[in-house]
Design a protein around this ligand. Structure first.
Ligand code: URA
Length: 427
């Protein structure tokens, strides 16, 4: 086959067949399709889209480019949750050990943050000693010993996706439902999952800003998963404001510790329970949502999930003794009375990145101690002078950011309805 012919076929809006997609990805993996050719194909896919059959073929081809996580002799189902990312989203840190207490294994593979939303691995790496780079055999051993892990993607899993993603990142081709679907699912299938739950975030702080884009992605993930014999269900959830209070790496781990001890923001607990229940239902470990929720609440409230979290952290080299250190705390004060009508997630994300809590480019180092505590939610009534939250940073940065962050909270005279956390379920 000739790469330029296949690129032109896609460019002109014709679907590629399974053999053509498999050949293109194989040839790219072998180095016979060059980076510029792969980038041109990614752009053609971005502009023309793919049919469901093409997305499945692309997923299968990227899966076949690498190895799969070996299964052990146990028949315990393997499940995972993947979020499209949002401010303050620390659900994975609790969900993995929580589910591991419910007779499922959770081989979670996560990423680092680039841009305004933080990455799960960055949050965990604020724990002294924590490591996330394990090879496939070590990964399998962690799973056997702990029942869950949260690690970075091994270079041996879906290597075509890793290379393609780095091209997409610099060629304006990240935002394609077809490419995102194949990218996420190829890595999840390589982890030999029995079921996957997607948290598709929608709103100003999410990758997918509109309901229709988020719905299109959720549908593509569910349909392609089904086509590939991987049960996938998706919750579309609100990201018009941060999830929970803490935004920033060590602050989020501290919120996770609070939550596991039975304190912390109710909405993080609620979303974690709902996503975990989806996973238990999809893996057929529970037969009803109520049964799943009861089981999850029990292992959360009796301390088992906390114990499992500590076991996972220790197995991955981390040492936790109490709360993690954070930077000095400075109040952000409401300048007028009224109802919180919007929270500008982009300002909050930008603040965390500029304080050093996120990355501008892939090689940047992270300051885990900085971030924000957001103490108000959309719909809440505020008095003038009341704290909206706190920014955690050095004293010399405090004046600028407490002022800028005041503007991130829009306060109106009219009553504003609180936002529903879970917008829609797709299966
Ligand atoms: N996350 C992924 O793993 N892949 C994408 O393409 C986008 C987000």
């Amino acid at each position: 086959m000739i790469p330029a012919v296949l690129i032109a076929k896609k460019r002109d809006g014709h679907p590629l067949n399974d053999a053509e997609i498999a050949w293109f990805i194989e040839a790219f993996t072998r180095g016979e399709v060059s980076d510029p050719q792969m980038s041109a194909m990614a752009m053609a896919i971005c502009l023309r889209g793919m049919t469901p059959l093409e997305i499945s073929a692309l997923t299968a081809a990227m899966l076949a480019s690498g190895e799969t996580l070996p299964r052990d002799s146990s028949s315990v189902p393997r499940v995972d949750k993947h979020s499209t990312g949002g401010l303050g989203d620390k659900v994975s840190l609790i969900l993995a050990p929580l589910l591991a207490c419910c007779e499922v294994q959770v081989p979670m593979i996560s990423g680092r943050g680039l841009g305004l939303t933080g990455g799960t691995l960055d949050k965990l790496e604020s724990i002294p000693g924590f490591r996330c780079d394990f090879d496939l055999d070590q990964s399998a051993q962690l799973l056997k010993a702990v029942g869950c892990h949260i690690v970075s993607a091994s270079e041996r899993l879906a290597p075509a996706d890793r290379r393609l993603y780095s091209l997409r990142d610099v060629t304006g081709t990240v935002e394609s439902v077809s490419l995102i679907t194949a990218s996420i699912l190829s890595k999840k299938l390589a982890a030999s999952l029995d079921a996957l739950v997607m948290d598709v975030k929608v709103g100003s702080g999410a990758f997918m800003k509109s309901h229709s884009d988020a719905l299109q992605l959720a549908n593509a993930l569910v349909e392609t998963g089904t086509e590939m014999q991987l049960p996938v269900s998706a919750l579309m959830t609100d990201m018009d404001q941060p999830l929970g209070r803490a935004v920033g790496n060590a602050l989020e781990v501290n919120e996770v510790l609070d939550l596991l001890r039975g304190q912390g923001p109710g909405e993080v607990r609620e979303l974690t329970l709902q996503l975990s229940a989806e996973a238990l239902l999809a893996a057929k470990v529970c037969t009803s949502r109520d049964q799943a929720l009861l089981r999850l609440q029990r292992v959360w409230d009796d301390g088992s999930a906390m114990e499992r979290f500590e076991k996972m952290i220790a197995a991955q080299g981390g040492r936790i003794s109490g709360q993690l250190p954070v930077a000095a705390k400075h109040p952000i004060v409401a300048q007028r009375a009224g109802f919180v009508s919007a929270v500008q997630c982009s300002t909050i994300g930008q603040c965390v990145v500029e304080l050093g809590g996120g990355r501008r480019s892939a090689g940047d180092t992270i300051d885990p101690a900085v971030g924000l505590q957001v103490d108000v939610a959309i719909g809440e009534r505020m008095e003038s002078g009341q704290p909206l939250g706190f920014v955690f940073c050095s004293d010399d940065q405090a004046e600028r950011w407490t002022k800028e962050l005041q503007q991130a909270f829009v306060i109106a005279d009219e009553v504003v309805a609180p936002r529903p956390l879970i917008i829609q379920r797709i299966e």
